[in-house]
Design a protein around this ligand. Structure first.
Ligand code: SF4
Ligand code: MG
Length: 320
């Protein structure tokens, strides 16, 4: 209900940059306190960019970002640093940017050190944090390179928890791990969330992983949200043709029947220069003349939000 409303991102939010950073255009998204909002789409759709915008690792060129009623968009200096401590990020490769000469206890409590916490307090907190992710005191004085990929991701999670963040953006946190380890790490994230009332934005290209952890799912295509629904209805009856194509392309979970289906047909156009009308029309099996000219807005269709001219309240496509 409204009590749980946690308006982190108010829109429409935009970013347009040439070069490595892709466009995010007019996204309006609210993350509820205590939920996991899954954000899915193909590589290059802007989902990582959106995650970084949300926690002000990138600056929006338009729109606003709110946390508990405070506008973060204009925060700068000490205020921005304080706000950033309330947001953490878990990366695909947790140690890509971390100091290999730091021991695990130093790594997980570095955010506390930067915030001015004394050494004795950090030592004690390191053991608490490691216990939260299933590691023990004997791991504390070792170096990250001595650990497996799954253990390193546990260390990355412990570090993200150090400052008791309001929101954690998990950006493909299990994509680099073996499938057998992925479930362990996803379950750990879920348990920690339940025990500590955390809020996640879970960014992934992998619909199977998102299905295990998300409460709601936002599907992104070329810098825009095209469908937003609770998990159950999204997986049971995807309304947007792009969501349908993504689900149809996802490999079957049953390992005995595992087979890769083909991804949505056609090349992915650039988010910097999306096609006119509905950006999905060159790849959409249901595209009609109207789709090439008129851009569908994200609108309420039953209990979900869909950006397709032909979505109706039964989750069906009609009017063609
Ligand atoms: Fe397909 Fe048209 Fe719907 Fe876009 S608006 S998803 S092109 S049917
Ligand atoms: Mg990415």
């Amino acid at each position: 209900g409204l009590q749980r409303h946690f308006p982190v991102l108010g829109g429409p939010l935009g970013i347009t940059r040439v070069g490595a950073v892709r466009a995010v255009d007019g996204v309006d998204l609210t993350v509820m306190r205590g939920e996991t909002l899954g954000l899915v789409g193909e590589s290059g759709c802007g989902k990582s960019t959106l995650g970084r915008l949300l926690i002000r690792l990138l600056d929006p060129t338009a729109g606003s970002i709110h946390l508990e009623g405070r506008d973060l968009s204009s925060a700068a200096g000490a205020e921005l640093r304080a706000l950033r401590r309330r947001f953490q990020m878990i990366f695909q490769d947790p140690f890509g940017s971390l100091n290999p000469r730091m021991t695990v206890d130093e790594l997980v409590t570095e955010p506390l050190r930067l915030a001015g916490a004394p050494r004795a307090q950090r030592r004690a907190r390191a053991l608490e944090l490691l216990a939260m992710v299933g590691l023990s005191a004997e791991h504390a004085r070792r170096y990250a390179h001595q650990f497996s990929g799954g253990q390193r991701q546990r260390i990355g999670i412990a570090r993200a928890l150090a400052l008791e963040p309001a929101l954690i953006v998990c950006d493909e946190p299990v994509s680099a791990l073996d499938v057998s380890i992925q479930a362990q790490v996803v379950n750990l994230l879920r348990d920690i969330q339940r025990d500590h009332g955390l809020t996640y934005l879970f960014v992934s290209h992998d619909l199977r992983v998102v299905r295990h952890i998300a409460d709601r799912v936002a599907v992104m295509y070329l810098g825009r949200i095209v469908e937003l629904a609770d998990k159950r209805s999204l997986y049971a009856a995807p309304a947007h043709p792009y969501t349908r194509a993504l689900l149809a392309a996802a490999p079957v979970l049953d390992p005995g029947r595992e087979r890769r289906k083909s991804p949505p047909r056609g090349e992915i156009p650039s988010a910097m220069h999306p096609p006119p009308g509905c950006a999905f029309h060159p790849r959409c099996p249901m595209a009609a003349a109207r789709c090439r000219e008129e851009r569908p807005l994200l609108r309420a269709v039953g209990a979900r939000m869909v950006a397709c001219h032909f979505a109706d309240a039964d989750g069906q496509l009609s009017g063609q």
